[in-house]
Design a protein around this ligand. Structure first.
Ligand SMILES: [Zn+2]
Length: 499
C-alpha cells in the first residue's frame, strides 16, 4: 500500500470518529433527549458537524485526494478505493466552496428548525414554523449556489438524493402515473367500502413492540447488528453494517401504523446491514441514493407486506400478540391493509393514493423553488392540491403541511425518492419473477429469506457504489419506466375491488 493511501485511510478513520458521534447525537435527539436537554445536544451536534466539515474541506485532504487521483496512483487502487477517491474528491470540491460560517449556521438553523417544526406540529400552528421554513429555503438556496454554481436550484437538490435523475425524468414518470392512476382511483372510489372498526380497537404498546420484533426477525433484520427505539416520526439510522437503528411510533388505536412502519424501516435496515462490509466507514457504504434506499423499504412494506401471502406464515403469531386480530380473518385483514381511500397523512396512506401525496409535495417544491410562492401561501396551496388529487381538504395544518419532518432540515428534493422507489419496485418485481418462482408462492411457503437474499446480492451489497440508472440497468436490463408499477397496481386492485 502506498504511503499516501495509508495516510488517507488514517485521515478517514479520524473523520469517521466525528461521523460516529454525529450519528449518535442525532439518534439521541430524535429518540431520548428531553425537551430541556435539546439545546446542549444541538450545541454538541453543531460543534462536531463543524469539525467534521473542516476536516472534509481541509487543504491536507485536498492534497491527498489530488495525489491519489493522479493516474499513476489511481491506477494502482482497487475498484473500491477508486470509487472512494472519486466520490470524496467530488464532495471535496463542492464543499470547499461553502463558506464555513455559512455551513455552521446552517447546521444550527436546521436543528432549531426541527425543534420549531415539532412544536408547530403539536400545536397545529404553521405560523410557529413559517420563519424557520423560510430560513431553510433561503439557506438551502444559498448553499446550492456555492455547491452547484450556475445550476438550476431544484434540479441540483434532486441530484443530492438521486444523482442523475432530474425533474425532466421525474416529470415524465409522474405524468405517466397521473394519467393511469387517477382513473383507477376514481373507479375504486365508486365501490362502497364500510369502515371496519375492529382495526381501531385498543392495542397495547408493549405488544405492538413485540409484533415489531416478530416482523423484523421474519423479514431478516439482524438483531445482533440492530436496535429499535421510539420516536415521533419513524426513521432508520446506521453507524455501519454492524449497528443499524430503527425508530418507530406507536398508536394505541391504530396498530397497523406501527406494523407497516416497522416493515418499512426494517427494509431500510436490511439494506444497511447487508452492504459489503469492506465499505463500512467510507462513502461507499450505506446507500446515499434515496430512491434506491426507499425502493428497498417500500418493497418490503408494500410489494411484500401488503401481499396476502406475506401474512400466511405469521398471521397466527400476530393474533397471539394482539388478540383483536384473532377475530379478523386473513381475507378481511388483507382487504383492510389495501383499503384504497383518500386520506390526509402520507405515512398512513395506502400504496395507491400514496403516489399523489408525493406528486403533491414534488409540485409544492417546484412551486417554492421555481415559482417563488411565498411561505405564507404554502398551506393554502397544499390544501388546494389535496383537493385536486385526492378530493379532500385537511381541517388543520397538522394533518396538512406540517405533517412531515423533511422540510424542517431542508431536505427539499427528498420526497420524489419515495415514489421513485415504488417505480423501481415495480421493475424489481418483474425482474425477480423472471429469475425465481412467483413472489406469491415464495411468500406463502415462508421463503421470504430467498427474496431478501436476491435483494442482498443484486442491490444491497453495492452500497453507494452504483447510481440509480446503473442499478436499474444491472438488475432489470432496461431504462427506468413507470409501466411495471402501473401494471402491478392495475392487476392487484382490479382483483381486490372486482373492477
Ligand atoms: Zn423510508
Amino acid at each position: 500500500m502506498s504511503r499516501r493511501l495509508d495516510d488517507f485511510k488514517q485521515y478517514l478513520e479520524k473523520m469517521q470518529q466525528y461521523e460516529h458521534v454525529i450519528t449518535l447525537l442525532n439518534w439521541d435527539i430524535w429518540t431520548k433527549t428531553p425537551k430541556l436537554g435539546q439545546a446542549a445536544h444541538i450545541d454538541a451536534l453543531t460543534h462536531f458537524s463543524a469539525e467534521k466539515f473542516a476536516m472534509s474541506t481541509a487543504e491536507e485532504l485536498g492534497d491527498m485526494l489530488d495525489g491519489l487521483a493522479a493516474p499513476e496512483e489511481y491506477n494502482a487502487l482497487d475498484d473500491t478505493w477508486r470509487f472512494i477517491v472519486r466520490r470524496m474528491k467530488r464532495d471535496f470540491d463542492r464543499n470547499r466552496r461553502i463558506p464555513s460560517d455559512l455551513y455552521e449556521s446552517f447546521v444550527r438553523a436546521k436543528a432549531e428548525s426541527g425543534a420549531a417544526w415539532e412544536e408547530a406540529k403539536k400545536a397545529s400552528d404553521f405560523s410557529v414554523y413559517a420563519p424557520h421554513l423560510q430560513k431553510m429555503i433561503d439557506m438551502q438556496r444559498e448553499v446550492t449556489g456555492y455547491t452547484d454554481p450556475g445550476r438550476e436550484v431544484y434540479d441540483a437538490m434532486l441530484d443530492e438524493f438521486e444523482e442523475g435523475m432530474d425533474s425532466a425524468d421525474i416529470d415524465r414518470l409522474f405524468e405517466d402515473l397521473k394519467r393511469e392512476l387517477i382513473p383507477l382511483i376514481q373507479k375504486i372510489s365508486a365501490v362502497e367500502q364500510p369502515e371496519d372498526e375492529r382495526f381501531q380497537k385498543y392495542a397495547d404498546v408493549d405488544a405492538q413492540k413485540q409484533v415489531q420484533w416478530m416482523l423484523l426477525d421474519y423479514i431478516g433484520f439482524r438483531r445482533d447488528a440492530g436496535a429499535v427505539d421510539e420516536t415521533e416520526h419513524p426513521f432508520t439510522l446506521s453507524f455501519s453494517t454492524m449497528d443499524v437503528r430503527v425508530a418507530n411510533h406507536y398508536y394505541e388505536h391504530d396498530p397497523l401504523s406501527a406494523i407497516f412502519s416497522a416493515i418499512h424501516e426494517g427494509g431500510h435496515g436490511i439494506f444497511d446491514q447487508n452492504v459489503n462490509p469492506a465499505y463500512d466507514q467510507t462513502v461507499a457504504g450505506s446507500c446515499c441514493y434515496m430512491g434506491i434506499h426507499e425502493s428497498q423499504s417500500r418493497f418490503y412494506e408494500n410489494i411484500l407486506g401488503r401481499n396476502k401471502n406475506f401474512w400466511i406464515p405469521v398471521y397466527d403469531k400476530l393474533g397471539e400478540l394482539l388478540p383483536q386480530f384473532r377475530e379478523i380473518s386473513l381475507d378481511d385483514f388483507y382487504r383492510e391493509i389495501n383499503h384504497v381511500k383518500s386520506s390526509f397523512i402520507r405515512t398512513d396512506a395506502d400504496e395507491l393514493t400514496y403516489c399523489f401525496h408525493i406528486i403533491l409535495r414534488y409540485e409544492m417544491e417546484k412551486a417554492i423553488f421555481r415559482g417563488h410562492v411565498p411561505v405564507e401561501e404554502l398551506p393554502a396551496l397544499w390544501n388546494k392540491k389535496m383537493q385536486e388529487y385526492l378530493r379532500i381538504t385537511p381541517e388543520n395544518d397538522r394533518e396538512g403541511i406540517l405533517q412531515d419532518i423533511h422540510w424542517s432540515d431542508a431536505s427539499f428534493g427528498y420526497f420524489p425518492s419515495y415514489l421513485l422507489g415504488s417505480i423501481y419496485d415495480g421493475m424489481y418485481l418483474e425482474a425477480m419473477e423472471k429469475e425465481m418462482e412467483p413472489v406469491d408462492e415464495l411468500l406463502a411457503e415462508g421463503r421470504i429469506s430467498e427474496i431478501t437474499k436476491w435483494l442482498n446480492e443484486k442491490i444491497h451489497w453495492y452500497g453507494s457504489t452504483r447510481k440509480l440508472k446503473e442499478v436499474i440497468q444491472a438488475v432489470c436490463g432496461r431504462e427506468v419506466s413507470a409501466q411495471p408499477l402501473i401494471r402491478y397496481f392495475k392487476k392487484k386492485y382490479t382483483e381486490i375491488y372486482g373492477l
